[in-house]
Design a binder for this molecule. Structure first.
Ligand SMILES: Nc1ncnc2c1ncn2[C@@H]1O[C@H](COP(=O)(O)OP(=O)(O)OP(=O)(O)O)[C@@H](O)[C@H]1O
Length: 315
């Protein structure tokens, strides 16, 4: 698969001296949905505004569809649609004029049939003649998406699309995003909502303190880093770990035993544990497994980063 976006050693230092991006490398494949996850202040917005050419990089390069965003700004920018985090719309404009204007800005010939399709997909068609100020916050967000799609971009950036929207709109947005993917549009979204990444992304990138910690296929990431826990309910609850089982990494929960194992290994140790339980004279009444979510994986990655930075600061 070809890369539609190529980011190389991108850094951004703001005027006050704060370094928000530290030598970021990122390849985005044509047609994929990639979710960039990171805590507040991680640099997600700075990264996508720099990729889109709205914020000037301090060093490094970005190519979109092979066009450098500095030396071939117009060609690169015309391939990109950006849905910003903040609502930036003209309150007195009508919905339809807003999207027509945006299409014109990119030098695209008028195409009301296309704009009708976009507005319908976002359930905005019946609002096309309403002024922006008459719309609810959720509808304004839909208009932002329509505006970003008006010039038929090949790459769509969504900065925190779910911030402050209700569950219904979030689900609608996921539908629009999946349809766009089917139409061949590449999608990059930043989010705090891990469930969003879990639901729609093909790959997940984790960013913290201006650095990309990893970019990986979502399913592989969950398999590689995910832990499963086996809960063993016992006929006779225990308060301490029986000596015969001391070689296993066990904890006690509600009188039963919890056994954490790695999904990625072939030998989980479960069979041996169950055999040793029987030898120890413990009768099990039930077994349940649970898998760590992307959220737990993300929290552990980001906290590892915090520890690493503290160590660096201390030396
Ligand atoms: N114009 C600016 N001048 C100085 N520092 C800035 C500027 N814009 C952003 N920053 C800083 O850069 C860091 C990254 O900010 P950014 O908005 O990219 O984070 P984010 O990951 O998008 O956060 P959030 O999830 O809260 O939106 C923050 O520490 C922020 O304070």
């Amino acid at each position: 698969m070809t890369n539609i976006v190529e980011v190389r050693r991108l850094t951004k230092t703001f005027d006050g001296g704060f370094q928000a991006l530290k030598s970021v490398d990122l390849d985005i494949k044509s047609g994929e949905i990639i979710a960039l996850l990171g805590p507040n202040g991680a640099g997600k917005t700075t990264l996508i505004s720099t990729i889109c050419g709205i914020t000037r990089a301090t060093s490094g390069t970005v190519k979109i569809g092979g066009h450098d965003t500095v030396t071939a700004y117009r060609a690169a920018r015309s391939l990109v649609g950006l849905v910003p985090q903040e609502i930036t719309l003209e309150p007195f404009e009508k919905v339809i004029s807003t999207v027509r204007f945006s299409r014109g800005l990119f030098g695209r010939a008028p195409n009301d049939a296309y704009l009708e399709k976009v507005l319908k997909s976002l359930s905005l068609w019946d609002k096309k003649d309403s002024k922006i100020m008459m719309l609810s916050g959720g509808m304004k967000r839909r208009v932002l998406i329509a505006k970003a799609l008006a010039h038929e971009p090949r790459v769509l950036f969504l900065d925190e699309p779910s911030a402050g929207v209700d569950v219904e709109l979030r689900k609608d947005m996921w539908k629009v995003v999946s349809q766009l993917k089917k139409d061949g549009v590449t999608i990059i979204l930043t989010t705090h909502y891990i469930e969003e990444a879990e639901a729609i992304a093909d790959r997940v990138g984790v960013i913290a303190k201006g650095e990309i910690l990893l970019v990986e296929n979502k399913a592989d990431l969950m398999n590689r880093m995910g832990q499963k826990t086996l809960k063993i309910d016992l006929a006779e609850p225990v308060e301490t770990i029986p000596k015969a089982l001391s070689k296993y990494d066990l904890t006690i929960e509600d009188g039963g035993l919890l056994f954490a194992y790695d999904i990625a290994t072939d030998r989980t140790g479960i069979a041996g544990l169950l055999a040793d339980l029987r030898t120890a004279g413990l009768k099990l009444t039930d077994l349940q497994t649970r898998q760590s979510s992307l959220e737990e994986i993300f929290v552990s990655l980001v906290s590892e980063k915090d520890v690493a930075v503290e160590k660096e600061d201390a030396t």
